[in-house]
Ligand binder design. Structure first.
Ligand SMILES: Nc1ncnc2c1ncn2[C@@H]1O[C@H](COP(=O)(O)OP(=O)(O)OP(=O)(O)O)[C@@H](O)[C@H]1O
Ligand SMILES: [Mg+2]
Length: 512
């Protein structure tokens, strides 16, 4: 093991896990982990999907109880029976899966269970004032009375962050806080994190954006298969160190598939207009036209609010367009619904996979085969063997770490749930495959695998369109990069474009 011991000048840990073990039935999620958190610093926890990161954080914050081992807070052995008990001791967590109540306002979500009271009852005005102050600190223009269901996923993530901040914790755990944020929003969060550490708050940070995490961290710890494999100080590590310790090999996101000719136009978008649900004065997608040929991989890049998700959802039939046409291999599909479009050969891997992509009460296997279930129905009977074959294939293809197809979807780690959604859409054998931020939440190995699969599909003649907020991903397998801004295509590049060119075209400030 290449352990570098934390040097003693960081003072004493404020919170420690000692030999923590966690079993879920037969699954050994943590196999005896030691973990320390220091005041005024950021400790990042790296590891593949299913390594045990969220499990360890849930134990530190009272969501779960350890099967064995001990927690030490300020030199005292502690047990948290609930998140409320952990909160009372100053520990707050931002969950990987959004845990907001969609029908409540931003204000009510932030103060849920901890309402501010005065003699006459709940002090809603003060709650709204504090919620607005948190939004200002996070530089987000969100009215505290907006219903959470009406916010974009990224904005919901901001609310989740605001709620954790409102607790005024000494220890703040952030389990993938930035998976739905744009680059600018990440920088705002980092500013907030630096303010907190300057005030002595101890932070634990988890992210699959490895470069991003390196920017903010002081200490790094790597988990692999429920055990700690390495820990080190920021000054002693780099990207290669993280990847080596996470997976033991290096990954390349791939290159555009070559050696095949593009076919005819598979997807033709003609002057498509999609209204903006939150602002009727403008269009989310404004008379946008785009042709994608069979076998071509197109990446859509743009800042948050550029209209990427709205475009992809309208193409999939998940939302209504107010003008224009969509043609699939020459056939007008403008008026088909989602199911009809899937049957016609166009599918979308949605942005909000928790909400749109999975049925939480079903098994991994059922979730995987759900999208293509029609093709397993033979003479009104469900062909079990057909279903099983395809499920086994997709579990292997996208590297889902699971006990097997019968496991419940909720027992999978966050990243593995994401992979199920991708696998599920792949089983429908689309002619046009749309993916909204396909790499969100998945580890570097799985990312490489997903991009390899996309390239393979393209080589077989599928038209692939994916959106991302990571320029590197655009430049990996795309034949063409389209930059969106305010509902329009503002620039278009070939595979040889530079990172800086693409970012500049999107209006993003390019770091020197
Ligand atoms: N409620 C549960 N029931 C059964 N198994 C579970 C449960 N929660 C987690 N696991 C298993 O524990 C292991 C660790 O999961 P965990 O969520 O901690 O991973 P992670 O490191 O956070 O991964 P990711 O990067 O995908 O979020 C996984 O194998 C997962 O399937
Ligand atoms: Mg997790």
């Amino acid at each position: 093991m290449s352990n570098v011991e934390i040097s003693p000048d960081h003072g004493k840990p404020v919170l420690s896990a000692r030999n923590v073990v966690k079993h879920y039935g037969g699954v050994r999620a943590l196999k005896g982990v030691d973990f320390d958190i220091y005041p005024g610093t950021v400790t990042t926890l790296f590891g593949e999907n299913g390594a045990g990161k969220s499990t360890l954080m849930k134990i530190l914050s009272g969501v779960e109880q350890p099967t064995d081992g001990e927690l030490i807070l300020d030199d005292e052995s502690v047990r948290f029976a609930s998140t409320v008990e952990a909160q009372e001791r100053g520990i707050s967590i931002i969950h990987q899966e959004l845990s907001l109540a969609p029908n409540l306002s931003v204000r009510d979500n932030i103060f849920m269970g901890r309402e501010l009271r005065r003699a006459a009852g709940v002090d809603y005005a003060e709650e709204a004032r504090q919620a607005a102050a948190l939004m200002t600190a996070l530089e987000e223009d969100i009215d505290p009375l907006t219903r959470v269901a009406d916010l974009r996923v990224g904005q919901q993530q901001i609310v989740e962050i605001a709620r954790a901040l409102s607790v005024d914790a000494r220890i703040l755990i952030m389990d993938e806080p930035t998976s739905a944020l744009s680059a600018n929003e990440v920088q705002v969060l980092f500013k907030v994190i630096r303010d907190l550490t300057a005030r002595g708050v101890a932070i634990v940070y988890i992210s699959h954006h490895l470069e991003e995490a390196l920017e903010i961290t002081h200490h790094a710890v790597v988990l692999r298969d429920g055990s700690m494999t390495a820990k080190a100080e920021r000054a002693d590590i780099d990207l290669a160190w993280i990847v080596r310790n996470m997976v033991g090999e290096n990954f390349d996101l791939g290159s555009p598939p070559t050696g095949h000719q593009f076919g005819d136009t598979a997807l033709s978008v003609q002057s498509l207009t999609v209204p903006d649900a939150s602002n009727l004065a403008r269009a989310a997608v404004d008379r946008l036209s785009l042709d994608v040929r069979a076998g071509e991989v197109v990446c859509i890049y743009g800042l948050m609010g550029a209209g990427r998700t709205e475009l992809l959802e309208a193409l999939a039939g998940a939302s209504h367009s107010s003008g224009g046409q969509v043609l699939l291999e020459g056939r007008d599909i403008t008026y088909l619904d989602i199911a009809q479009r899937i049957a016609a050969g166009l599918v979308l891997v949605p942005e909000d996979r928790q909400r749109d992509g999975l049925v939480q009460t079903m098994s991994v296997g059922r979730n995987l085969s759900l999208a293509s279930i029609g093709s397993f129905v033979r003479n009104m009977l469900l062909s079990r063997s057909g279903e099983r074959g395809i499920v086994d294939d997709s579990i292997r293809d996208v590297r889902v770490k699971t006990d097997g197809p019968a496991a419940m979807i909720g027992s999978l780690s966050g990243g593995n749930q994401q992979k199920v959604v991708i696998g599920k859409m792949m089983t429908t054998h689309p002619r046009v495959l749309l993916l909204d931020e396909p790499s969100r939440g998945i580890d570097i190995g799985a990312k490489a695998e997903v991009f390899r699969l996309l390239a393979q599909r393209a080589a077989q003649g599928v038209a692939v369109v994916f959106s991302t907020s990571e320029v590197n991903e655009c430049l990996s397998i795309a034949h063409r990069v389209i930059v969106m801004g305010r509902g329009h295509i503002v620039a278009e590049f070939g595979p040889d474009a530079s990172k800086e060119q693409i970012m500049a075209a999107s209006g993003e400030s390019v770091a020197a």
